[in-house]
Design a protein around this ligand. Structure first.
Ligand code: ATP
Length: 299
């Protein structure tokens, strides 16, 4: 794999507060990386430094093979709250973005049209952006970020503000883009990270607290869990009066984290299958990304 970006001990301080604290990672070409973390973790600050909008207090950001090139020509950036000039049409705005990223004037029009078609704004391209819905604005934001075919696409919470339909549409566009470019995006919507990621970077209070592929991270946090659904609440209560493990109760279902509770699968399963309880379903689960997020976020 060819390396595209190296981030080394990156730091951003505001006064004495470290918004980003000694963060290092690498990104290979044609991969997608999800930057995950709770509010205030430092995701926006990290992306803004990579986009050249905020200057680091310390540390190094190195793009491979861009010697002498304006960073804007190799990076596309979709901010968390993109702003548009309401009096410009989508085409005019996207052309302007292309030209600012170094695309020649005539080519800018061609690329802008092509990109607006790609993001599903072909029919609306001559309409003023002031009339656009939230979903259309997000797609326009994506268009201005990709119109110059950047090597690295930085997206700050690209789908957080969208309704489920808009989210699905933008996620599908991102998956298509994944084939063509390298993507680094921030999110706290964990399903999205599970859907589209080669590498996870977990930030908490400015620090990189966990990273790796989804499988690697999962296996580090895998906590085999048994979920038992009883026929009735009385059955569940009877089970709890006998079992000595801490359980999480939801309706007529109990979950037992086998490793933390020092129980073995065999012990739990033999109690359940002793025939004394009326059980509807027994399932074995592994940690979801949400479970991992909760653990990492509260370390
Ligand atoms: P969210 O999910 O809420 O967008 P985030 O992970 O993107 O959060 P950042 O916006 O990067 O987090 O903020 C990280 C920390 O840096 C926060 O404590 C924030 O208050 C602080 N911070 C960010 N920008 C500034 C600034 N310009 N001046 C002072 N503090 C700032």
């Amino acid at each position: 794999m060819t390396l595209l970006l190296q981030v080394d001990h990156l730091m951003k301080k505001y006064g004495d507060d470290k918004a980003v604290d000694t963060v290092s990672f690498e990104i290979a070409e044609h991969t997608s990386t999800a930057l995950i973390g709770p509010n205030g973790a430092g995701k926006t600050t990290t992306l803004s430094m990579l986009a050249g909008l905020v200057s680091p207090t310390d540390g190094k950001i190195q793009f491979q093979g861009n010697a002498g090139q304006d960073i804007r020509s190799i990076i596309g950036f979709l901010p968390q709250y993109p702003k548009f000039f309401p009096w410009l049409s989508a085409l005019e705005f996207t052309e302007m973005a292309a030209r600012l990223s170094g695309v020649a004037t005539r080519q800018a029009t061609v690329e802008a049209k092509k990109t607006l078609e790609f993001v599903g704004l072909g029919e609306a391209m001559t309409k003023k952006t002031g009339t656009f819905s939230g979903g259309m604005k997000q797609r326009l934001g994506l268009a201005q970020a990709i119109v110059h075919q950047p090597k690295l696409l930085l997206l700050d919470e690209p789908v957080s503000a969208l309704d489920p339909v808009g989210r699905r549409q933008v996620m599908n566009l991102l998956k298509e883009l994944q084939q063509k470019t390298t993507i680094l995006y921030s999110t706290h919507i964990l399903n999205d990270a599970e859907e589209m990621t080669d590498q996870l970077l977990f930030l908490r209070l400015g620090k990189l607290v966990e990273h790796g592929s989804l499988d690697e991270v999962r296996s580090r946090y895998a906590e085999p869990r048994i979920v038992i659904e009883f026929e009735r609440l009385e059955e569940l209560q009877r089970f709890m009066s006998i079992a000595s493990w801490q359980v999480i109760v939801k309706g007529v279902t109990v979950s037992i984290d086998v490793r933390t509770e020092g129980a073995t699968m065999t012990e739990v399963l033999s109690l359940v299958s002793s025939g004394t309880f009326q059980v509807r379903k027994v399932e074995q689960q592994t940690a979801s990304l949400e479970d991992i997020f909760m653990k990492v976020a509260v370390i």
